[in-house]
Every structure is written in structure tokens, then in C-alpha cells.
Design a binder for this molecule. Structure first.
Ligand code: HEC
Length: 137
């Protein structure tokens, strides 16, 4: 009895560790919905492949904004941005606020850009976006 318990504990610990090492793949539904939001609201400026437009719109490929801190990323979408340096290039254009997007849409589009264009970063949930929105003025 004791042995079985030990075995189960070991197996559980092993599975937990394995799960941590390998992040869960993003569900297709989230990626599909995120792409829809991207195509509608972001693509005209940031382009189909996320590469942006030289001297106008910065790239979304492997930038700290995209793959780094979730709060900063969500706040760029909620509040927009003006005057930023990305990959050593300065941009003076304005990205308008997109605070009319729902928590679900923002979660899906941020998850989409964090896992497209060669990027690989953790996904965002609507609950996380809601919490960030609540503390963003
Ligand atoms: C009207 C054009 C426009 C639209 C639409 C737009 N952006 Fe931007 N975006 C910009 C510009 C311009 C900047 C840089 C702003 C600056 O110069 O300070 C930027 C900056 C960013 C950044 C930070 C810098 C970087 O490249 O990592 C992120 C992330 C971003 N946008 C994501 C998005 C997402 C996601 C959407 C759709 C929900 C979106 N943008 C819609 C023009 C746009």
C-alpha cells in the first residue's frame, strides 16, 4: 500500500516537471480567433508577416514588447503608443488605443502575436487581460 502511494507520488512529480519543461501548445481555436483580430485591427499597419513598415511601423518579430512583460504588451494595445525605440530604430508615429477590444479579443490577439512570426511565448487569458485593464488608467 505504502509502496503504491510512493510510486504514484513519484509519477505525479515526474509528470508535473515534464509539463513545466514543455509549455502547453496554444489551442488552435485561440490562434484562429487571434488571427481574425490581428487581420482586422493590426495587419493594416504591422503587415501580414508582422514585419511592419520601415520608418513607419515597428516589427512584431521577436521584440521585447511582444514576447516580454504581459502587462506592458496589453497596455500598448489598450492605450496605444507614441515615440518608441524598437530594435535600435526610433518610431515617431502614433499607434491609436484599441481599448474597445474585449478582454477575449486582446487575450487571443496577444497570444497570437506571441506565437506567430517566429515568436514563442506564453499565452494570455481573458482573466489576465481583465486584471491588467483594471489597473490601467
Ligand atoms: C494605425 C497603425 C497601427 C495599428 C492599427 C496598430 N499598430 Fe501597433 N504600432 C503602430 C506604431 C506606429 C507603433 C510604434 C509607435 C511609436 O512610434 O511610438 C506600434 C507599436 C506596437 C507595439 C510595440 C512595439 C513593437 O513593435 O514591439 C506592439 C506590440 C504593437 N504595436 C501591437 C499592435 C497590435 C497587437 C495591434 C492590433 C490590435 C496594433 N499594434 C495595431 C501602429 C499601429
Amino acid at each position: 500500500m505504502r509502496k503504491t502511494f510512493l510510486l504514484i507520488t513519484c509519477a505525479a512529480a515526474f509528470l508535473l516537471t515534464a509539463a513545466q519543461v514543455k509549455p502547453k501548445p496554444v489551442p488552435k481555436k485561440v490562434m484562429d480567433n487571434g488571427k481574425k483580430v490581428y487581420d482586422t485591427y493590426c495587419l493594416p499597419c504591422h503587415q501580414q508577416d508582422g514585419s511592419g513598415v520601415p520608418n513607419m511601423t515597428p516589427t512584431l518579430i521577436k521584440t521585447t514588447w511582444v514576447t516580454g512583460d504581459k502587462t506592458k504588451l496589453v497596455q500598448v494595445i489598450l492605450k496605444g503608443l507614441k515615440g518608441v525605440e524598437v530594435d535600435g530604430e526610433t518610431y515617431e508615429n502614433v499607434m491609436a488605443p484599441h481599448d474597445y477590444l474585449t478582454d477575449q479579443e486582446i487575450a487571443d490577439v496577444t497570444t497570437f502575436i506571441r506565437n506567430s512570426f517566429g515568436n514563442k511565448a506564453s499565452m494570455l487569458t481573458p482573466a489576465e487581460v481583465k486584471a491588467i485593464r483594471a489597473k490601467t488608467k
